[in-house]
Design a protein around this ligand. Structure first.
Ligand SMILES: *[C@@H]1O[C@H](CO)[C@@H](O)[C@H](O)[C@H]1NC(C)=O
Ligand SMILES: *[C@@H]1O[C@H](CO)[C@@H](O)[C@H](O)[C@H]1NC(C)=O
Ligand SMILES: *[C@@H]1O[C@H](CO)[C@@H](O)[C@H](O)[C@H]1NC(C)=O
Length: 189
């Protein structure tokens, strides 16, 4: 009889514990990390103007493989460009500048035209002024729509990872000038 009573008390205590745990789990969703360490998702939209042509180019050819000097192709294998391309809010180069894309494009396809981009997208206005996103990716420039991998970031984009969808909206085949629309999705802290 006494044992049964102890069992019953144990059972009640266990039940109470389970109810308490369920309650705490439902109402006390305390984050495991402090708030500023929680992951955020940011979506950015801008246009990139790449201008190898003209009197003040934003893309300059700095390296060319031996024997390719007279290649008339815009992107012969082994060529490297350094770029400082403005990023704007709208498709017009005169629209508000929000940042710049600085780094390298390497022509790295032997059998096909394929650029590999090593770029830092830095922002110069608004909430993300001073922060940047690092992109390291193939850039199959013959396709109108492409994707870049975002592999890191600085400032507000610390530990960023994500992707960018690119859409070429203007290309001049005679001098290589282009305007590319970017939609970037990154997760960061
Ligand atoms: C120029 O380079 C491209 C890309 O590497 C290649 O496909 C093409 O055959 C080259 N043309 C000449 C004339 O060497
Ligand atoms: C962006 O930050 C720089 C450096 O802190 C500052 O000089 C500049 O005025 C800022 N620009 C805007 C548009 O907030
Ligand atoms: C394309 O580039 C050529 C050579 O620089 C230039 O004469 C022409 O005006 C450009 N076309 C457009 C639409 O910008």
């Amino acid at each position: 009889m006494k044992l049964k009573r102890v069992n019953f008390v144990c059972f009640c205590a266990l039940l109470l514990c389970m109810v308490a745990i369920a309650f705490l789990r439902q109402y006390c969703t305390m984050p495991l990390l402090p708030y500023h360490m929680l992951e955020k998702e940011t979506v950015l939209h801008f246009l990139l103007h790449d201008t190898p042509g003209g009197s003040s180019p934003s893309a300059v050819r700095v390296v060319q493989a031996n024997g390719m000097a007279h290649n008339t192709s815009l992107t012969p294998f082994g060529t490297i460009w350094v770029v400082d391309d403005p990023l704007t809010e709208g498709p017009d180069l005169k629209s508000t500048v929000v940042g710049n894309s600085r780094g390298l494009y390497v022509s790295a396809g032997q059998e096909e035209l394929m650029l590999v981009a090593y770029l830092d997208f830095g922002f110069t206005s608004g909430e993300f002024n001073g922060s940047s996103i690092s992109m390291l990716s193939r850039n199959p420039v013959t396709q109108i729509e492409r994707e870049f991998a975002a592999v890191g970031g600085r400032g507000k984009f610390r530990m960023a990872r994500g992707f960018a969808n690119l859409k070429c909206i203007f290309f001049n085949a005679s001098n290589g000038d282009s305007i590319v629309e970017y939609k970037v999705v990154v997760r960061h802290y």
